[in-house]
Design a protein around this ligand. Structure first.
Ligand code: FES
Ligand code: FES
Length: 191
C-alpha cells in the first residue's frame, strides 16, 4: 500500500518546480519583421498608379489611403456590406477582400471612373432621378454593383434585382428607390 500524499509533499513538489529555470522572453524567437513594401503598378480608371505598398494591403486601402480615391467606401472591411464594390476587368468585386498586388495588370474601375467628363453614367443619372440614396454612404458601391447587374442580365423583375443586389446593404433603407433606379436604367439600356 502506498503512503498517502500529504499537503507537505505537495508544497515541496511545487517549490522544487518553481526553482527550475524558466525560459526568458529573451530566449523567444524574434517576431517576423513586416514585409517590406513593394511597388505595385495599378491601373485605375485607365490611369497607371505606382504605389509602394505592403503585400497585404487590400485594394480598398490602396485606393483610399495610397491613391486618394475615396469614392469607394469602407463599411465593414470584411466582405459583408458591399460599400467597397469596384470593377476588376468589368466584373464587380469587393475591394476589401482583394489584395492590391493581385490586380496588377488588370483594369480597375471605381465610382470616379464611371462618368464621362460632365456626363453621368446612365446608372448614376437613374439614382439621381429616383432618389436612390439618403446619406449616400452606400451609394458608390450600390451603383458599381448595379452597373454590373445590368451587364449580368439579372434585372427581369424587382425580386430578381433585390436578390442579386442583396450583397449591397443600405442602412438608410433606400432599397425601394434603388431598385426603381436600376429597373429604369436597365429598361433604358434594353430600348
Ligand atoms: S467594406 Fe468591403 S464589403 Fe464591406
Ligand atoms: S443611403 Fe445611407 S446607407 Fe444607403
Amino acid at each position: 500500500m502506498t503512503a498517502p500524499i500529504t499537503r507537505r509533499d505537495l508544497i515541496g513538489t511545487s517549490a522544487a518546480a518553481a526553482a527550475l529555470p524558466m525560459p526568458s522572453l529573451a530566449d523567444a524567437p524574434a517576431p517576423a519583421a513586416p514585409a517590406a513594401p513593394a511597388v505595385a503598378a495599378l491601373t485605375i480608371n485607365g490611369q497607371v498608379h505606382r504605389v509602394a505598398i505592403d503585400q497585404r494591403t487590400s485594394l480598398l486601402d490602396a485606393l483610399r489611403e495610397h491613391i486618394g480615391l475615396t469614392g469607394t467606401k469602407k463599411g465593414c472591411d470584411h466582405g459583408s456590406c458591399g460599400a467597397c464594390t469596384v470593377h476588376v476587368d468589368n466584373k464587380r468585386v469587393l475591394a476589401c477582400l482583394v489584395l492590391a498586388h493581385r490586380v496588377e495588370g488588370r483594369a480597375v474601375t471605381t465610382i470616379e471612373g464611371l462618368a464621362q467628363g460632365d456626363t453621368l453614367h446612365p446608372m448614376q443619372a437613374a439614382f439621381l432621378a429616383h432618389d436612390g440614396y439618403q446619406c449616400g454612404y452606400c451609394t458608390p458601391g450600390q451603383i458599381m454593383s448595379a452597373v454590373s447587374l445590368v451587364e449580368e442580365g439579372h434585372t427581369q423583375s424587382e425580386a430578381e434585382i433585390a436578390e442579386w443586389m442583396s450583397g449591397n446593404l443600405c442602412r438608410c433603407g433606400a432599397y425601394t428607390n434603388i431598385r426603381a433606379a436600376i429597373q429604369d436604367a436597365a429598361r433604358a439600356k434594353r430600348a
